[in-house]
Ligand binder design. Structure first.
Ligand code: TXA
Ligand code: MG
Length: 333
């Protein structure tokens, strides 16, 4: 199959909406990462998403909507869920809710719950609205690869496997949505993401966050976790972090002939002298936004070892740390 990259013009959005209505899959930008979308009410179309990504059938998809009322058609919405929908959607928050009939089992991997979100991205919203159906979409990477934040990342992973990629430029947030399971009491955070957990707790009170990091580690046992082409390790947030990293860098060059690169905050770059560095911005938020992008860049530059600076826990720091744990397989230096 030939894969075309289409600029996100109104004509091309219409073309892609027509493909979705016909039961095809299309990659599209959201504010978090690129998604690989299909008609969520069409089991055959959803099956194509799993096939293109090589995704295990046991891992359910998020349903994306263009309008809050579309959520009520696929899920039962409690009062707390309604408050979160009103407070955060459109936005990078995904809610797991009791599923209504009409959503094919393949989409929810047989669970009686369904994950829903309304992306805060004009191209995504226009596409879903024009398709006229809710759109199930995982991140548009090959299973076990980092999520794509540019159309070219999707192309690198899925060329020949999908008909079209809508190119809306770089995703503004650069990492996936926060997922909260509203069917649990208290509601349980399943994934730390682009919306801070504390801001969700401000709206509905107590959240079960105990397992955010534990689950991230447990996930390492299933085949859906990240496999960067370059090995990744990260430093805990020590006082002498840059010394720990520099030492690890040098010893790997000497003993293993590695070609390492350090992911560091801009203001730390000087501490690494002439060693290879890639800059992660001035803040934890920028680090979060650039992480997946820099990993793919590092791979394309043939670095085979990424040594990433840690960040303080809390807020987006929690999200970044949960991704670093997954990406590294838990390898802390
Ligand atoms: O930002 C995002 O969430 C992106 C964009 C494209 O929207 N999507 C995304 O999808 O990251 P995906 O499939 O890569 O990750 C969705 C996660 C999976 O870990 C899946 O197990 C979980 O959501 N999930 C989906 N439905 C669920 C359900 N009914 N119960 C529990 N977890 C669910
Ligand atoms: Mg994913």
């Amino acid at each position: 199959m030939n894969t075309v990259i289409l600029d996100a013009t109104p004509e091309n959005i219409s073309k892609c909406a027509a493909l979705i209505r016909k039961g095809e899959v299309v990659a599209f930008p959201t504010e978090t990462v690129y998604g690989l979308g299909a008609n969520a009410l069409d089991a055959d179309a959803a099956a194509k998403v799993f096939r293109a990504k090589g995704r295990p059938a046991t891992n359910p998809l998020i349903i994306h909507v263009a309008d809050k009322s579309q959520i009520d058609a696929v899920a039962e919405v409690s009062d707390d869920a309604r408050r979160l929908i009103d407070g955060f959607m459109p936005g990078a928050l995904t809610l797991v809710l009791p599923k209504r009939g009409g959503v094919p089992d393949i989409v929810t991997a047989g669970y009686d719950t369904v994950a829903v979100r309304m992306p805060d991205h004009k191209v995504a919203l226009d596409l879903i609205r024009e398709a006229g159906v809710p759109v199930c979409a995982p991140s548009a990477n090959t299973s076990a690869r980092p999520s794509p934040t540019r159309a070219s990342h999707v192309y690198d992973d899925l060329k020949g496997k999908i008909p079209a990629i809508l190119d809306g430029g770089m995703c503004p947030l650069g990492l996936e949505s926060t997922i909260v399971d509203m069917t649990k009491t208290p509601p349980k955070v399943l994934r730390a993401g682009a919306v801070e957990i504390d801001s969700v707790a401000e709206v509905i009170g107590d959240l079960d966050t105990e397992q955010v990091m534990v689950d991230t580690l447990a996930a390492l046992k299933i085949p859906t976790n990240y496999v960067p082409k370059a090995e990744l390790v990260f430093s805990a947030f020590y006082d002498n972090m840059s010394e720990v990293i520099a030492r690890y860098y040098d010893s790997n060059v000497l003993t293993h002939g590695a070609r390492p690169v350090i992911f560091c905050m801009n203001f730390n770059a000087d501490k690494y002298g002439s060693r290879n560095v890639m800059l992660m911005g001035e803040s934890v938020a920028e680090y979060a936004k650039l992480l997946f992008e820099r990993i793919r860049e590092a791979e394309n530059l043939d670095y085979n070892l990424i040594i990433a600076e840690g960040v303080p826990m809390g807020g987006m720091g929690t999200t970044v740390l949960s991704r670093l744990i997954k990406l590294s397989g838990g390898k802390v230096i």
